[in-house]
Design a protein around this ligand. Structure first.
Ligand code: 5GP
Length: 224
């Protein structure tokens, strides 16, 4: 039987570098699946439909909420973001590791529904660097940047409840740490091939013992 995969949640303040770090894992971990979220946020110039996000109107988004199509969803700085459930389930059934870049409110929903997921928090090198990154990437208005910086403090406080933390001083190093976490999580006994094999062996021994016991218990009448 195919072993079920697992979810890896990556959260961190806007500008911490989640996308850049995830991009740096793509080459070396070809078997990772990256969940593509839906959002009502306007598309940025370099973003592609179905690659960076599925861009929806608010009405479309709310219809999908009603239809139960999201594993989780949340409002972030005035826009809606959600993870399509069907893709995640399909990948997990195929035994794959699914990486999700979602905010802390979404992460809490995933934890309630799938507590076996792994939660990784990405820290910016410092608050001043975070502000610098948000300002220099020029994808948001001044007001949106202020909103995202305010939200960052709330997010930083929530990081304490995550399983792992990575300070993103240097992208290659952060990606290497993330890959190590994935590798270690794959080696957990309950997720490993060994666990499945052991269950088979124990199962066979268990069946054999039951057969032997039933033969032994048959007694002289049956033997005769
Ligand atoms: P951005 O607008 O910068 O692409 O994303 C803003 C925030 O939304 C980021 O913190 C990102 O992690 C979060 N986000 C992206 N996709 C999802 C999602 O599907 N669900 C939730 N809850 N948050 C998301």
């Amino acid at each position: 039987m195919q072993k079920r995969g697992f979810l890896l949640i990556l959260s961190g303040p806007s500008g911490a570098g989640k996308n850049t770090v995830l991009d740096a894992t793509r080459d070396c971990c070809p078997d990772l699946q990256y969940s593509v979220s839906a959002t009502t946020r306007p598309r940025r110039p370099l973003e592609q439909e179905g690659v960076d996000y599925f861009f929806l109107t608010e009405t479309e988004f709310r219809q999908r909420i009603e239809a139960g199509e999201f594993l989780e969803w949340a409002e972030f700085c005035g826009h809606l973001y959600g993870t399509p459930l069907a893709y995640v389930n399909e990948c997990l059934e195929q035994g794959q590791v699914v990486v999700m870049d979602i905010d802390i409110a979404g992460a809490r929903q995933v934890q309630a529904k799938m507590p076996e997921a792994i939660f990784v928090f990405l820290l910016p090198p410092s608050m001043s660097e975070l502000e610098h990154r948000l300002r220099t990437r020029s994808t948001e208005t001044d007001e949106a940047i202020r909103h995202r910086l305010g939200k960052a403090l709330e997010e930083l406080r929530a990081g304490i409840d995550y399983d792992y933390v990575i300070q993103n001083d240097e992208v290659a190093q952060s990606a290497a740490k993330l890959k190590s976490i994935i590798m270690a999580e794959r080696c957990r006994v309950r997720r490993s091939e060994y666990f499945e094999q052991l269950k088979d062996i124990v199962g066979e021994t268990g069946r054999k013992m039951t057969d032997d016991e039933s033969t032994a218990n048959r007694g002289p009448v049956d033997k005769g």
